[in-house]
Design a protein around this ligand. Structure first.
Ligand code: F6P
Length: 345
């Protein structure tokens, strides 16, 4: 086993159901190995500020059902701060942190990968409700977020039906349509717009009119926050970017609802699910996946498998290079989306 005395763990990027399951698993397994665990506060920001708390089994008691992250999080990128990466490494040495478990999406893991190359050993755990990381079948948090979106759309059905309305539901996921496709399919949305396939608003409007004419006088439209269209120019409500250069999306449902109402004359409202999809207690699936991935991360440290990420491959949890996970976004294949189109009716 690698010669380790203390490890650190941080959670970076957007919070996500199941983060606490990973933290708990890492703490339990590391302590069983005789290691100390430093909980780094606010993601990479905590490494820049040497802001850590010691974590014992007692500290992680009862956190499994909790949403969010007991360590807090931020979108801080140490490579965007002058001398930031060097500061992280210097602080790790000062605090006696031999290596670090970075729990996050492509941004957090990308930083972990670069820092490992610079000499600070890191391993990764894939987190994101967007499910857009490569080299893993699923990221933890995804199933919970899809369930939340699906439940919300189920509720919208009854309201839309009672009022003879069209309701456009905006789903998170950035430039990947996994959540919108799965939640839309699960909640029998009548049309699904995603970023991967440019959708036609005209076709959607024709379908809605046909529904109303045959007496099904309501419609549920699921739209990804980053959806693209073949015949509608949607201006994102915001062009602000975060420290990793990602545009802050939001506003497509409002624009689309207005456009549908204009083209069809049908009363159309919008609902933005937003951060409700990241909040609350994780499903059992994500608690278990988070636990397995956290356990594996510690095993990877034991074996000195740095710059690697714990990954779900079929039923197995394996170590894969972080490089492979972050090299390109995992988006919805056309064939997958095609299944949902059967029900655009
Ligand atoms: O990556 C997760 C995610 O929830 C995306 O789906 C969304 O676009 C983004 O984070 C929102 O980030 P923030 O909470 O910083 O606005």
């Amino acid at each position: 086993m690698a010669d380790i005395k203390k490890i650190g763990i941080l959670t970076g990027g957007g919070d996500c159901p199941g983060l606490n399951a990973v933290i708990r698993a890492v703490v339990f397994k590391a302590i069983d190995n005789g290691w100390e665990v430093a909980g780094v506060k606010y993601g990479w920001k905590g490494m820049l500020n040497a802001d850590t708390v010691p974590l014992t089994k007692k500290d992680v008691e009862g956190i499994l059902p909790l949403g969010g992250t007991i360590l807090k999080t931020s979108r801080t990128n140490p490579f965007k701060v002058e001398g930031g990466a060097e500061k992280v490494i210097e602080n790790a040495k000062k605090m006696g942190i031999d290596c670090l478990v970075a729990v996050g999406g492509e941004d957090t893991l990308g930083v972990a990968n670069k820092l490992t190359k610079m000499g600070f050993a890191c391993v990764g755990v894939p987190k994101t409700i967007d499910n857009d990381l490569g080299a893993t079948d699923y990221t933890f948090g995804y199933q919970t977020a899809v369930q939340i979106a699906s439940d919300a759309m189920d509720r919208l059905h009854t309201t839309a039906k009672s009022h003879d309305r069209v309701i456009v539901c905006e789903v998170m996921g950035r430039h990947a349509g996994w959540m919108t496709t799965d939640a839309g399919m699960s909640a029998s949305a009548h049309w699904i717009f995603i970023p991967e396939v440019k959708g036609s608003v005209d076709e959607c409007c024709k379908m809605l009119k046909a529904r109303y004419e045959r007496g099904d006088r309501y419609g549920i439209i699921a739209v990804s926050e980053g959806a693209l269209f073949s015949d509608f120019d949607v201006e994102a409500a915001s062009r602000e970017t975060d420290a990793f250069g990602h545009v802050k999306l939001g506003g497509v449902a409002k624009a689309l609802a207005k456009e549908i109402e204009k083209r069809t004359g049908l009363e159309t409202r919008e609902v933005v699910l937003g951060h409700t999809q990241r909040g609350g207690s994780p499903l059992a699936y994500d608690r278990v996946l988070g636990t397995r991935l956290g356990y594996k991360a510690v095993e990877m440290i034991e074996k000195g498998q740095f710059a690697m990420m714990a990954s779900l491959r079929g039923e197995k949890v394996e170590a894969v290079p972080i490089e492979e996970a972050v090299k390109e976004l995992k988006t919805v294949p056309e064939g997958y989306y095609k299944v949902s189109k059967t029900f655009f009716n």
